[in-house]
Write a protein that binds this ligand. Sequence first.
Ligand code: HEM
Length: 349
Amino acid sequence: MGTVAAWWRQRVPLDGDHLRELTNEPVPNHLKRWWFCLGGTPAYLFVVQIVSGILLAFYYQPAPSTAYESVRHITDDVNYGWYFRSLHKWAATFMVAAVILHQMRVYFTGAYRKPREINWMVGMCLLVCTLMLGFTGYSLVYEQLSYWGATVGANIAESTPLVGPFLKRLFLAGDGYNQATLSRFFIIHAAILPVTMIFLLGIHVVLLRLHGVTEFQFADEPNDKPKHFRFFPDHFYTELIIGLILMIVLSALATIFPAILGPRADPLTTPEVIKPEWFFYVVFRWLKLFSSTAAILSTGLILFVMFAWPFIDGGIRKWRKGSEFSVYIGIAAVLLIVGLTVWEAAVEH
Ligand code: HEM
């Protein structure tokens, strides 16, 4: 054993001390409160998605003539296929929710402010990728709602001034939904977006380590107590426990409410009600409130403001020292998002 260990150490000159130094970042005490370390949850769920997604991809066949049947085969015939499909669906829902909650925590604690503006923008790219993963994943099943959801999405993209028709062609792999559309969705869903996310997550974590997590001083925290605890093993164990609890909850949900299959896509029959996944309700309702070009332009403007928020907020705070304007904007945004989502959920059309 000693010789094997010595052989290994010569080839990979990394010992326990090195590893401890790499992982032992001191973590501020407030990360003991779960809502401050919510970023670990989407990271964990992302791994669940990669593993369950690879297993699903062994059986999924991305073409209009085969997709629906292959999903049915996964659900009904393949050993544990129903479980991994349901796990993938539930973990997707949880991941979107966790990213939104993490972003809200970062926003309301002002953790995006100087010098963390770039990491906020990287986070925004992660949010967009997460939502696009949800959209393309939903479209792969080739149910009625997958087909019509994708068609409506492509038509909305077409209303973008100047680049609209190009976006639609890029998206559908042609002027309309065709034989190549599903493989286009599949390559975006299973290759382009995950690889982009791994790259973005790398930058997110490197910037996070370089800056360290934002330090806060709480009124109830005594000044003489240590302000940090160890990442390894203390914080690591907390994340491990959160991961285990999530796995139990996800498995329970996958078993009690397994993913089902709606009617197969029929390009000749438009369903009476076309609804996207719940996390697009807000955009869907917003789009219904305006003409298509006005809706697209205003959505683009909102996205731009969200990306640039750390700089806009910085400008406001320079002009009005200590202004808490961002808190009011945040509360208004949350109320608007919840309001539009509930509105869309409550009505048929
Ligand atoms: C897949 C999505 C994401 C993952 C896996 C992720 C992961 C993480 C992790 C692990 C942290 C450490 C602190 C914590 O847990 O809160 C963090 C911090 C941070 N994240 Fe994210 N994040 C994601 C998306 C986002 C989004 C959507 C935003 C905002 C638009 C964002 C902005 C930030 C910022 C600014 C910090 C630094 C916070 C501080 O210094 O306290 N992240 N992220």
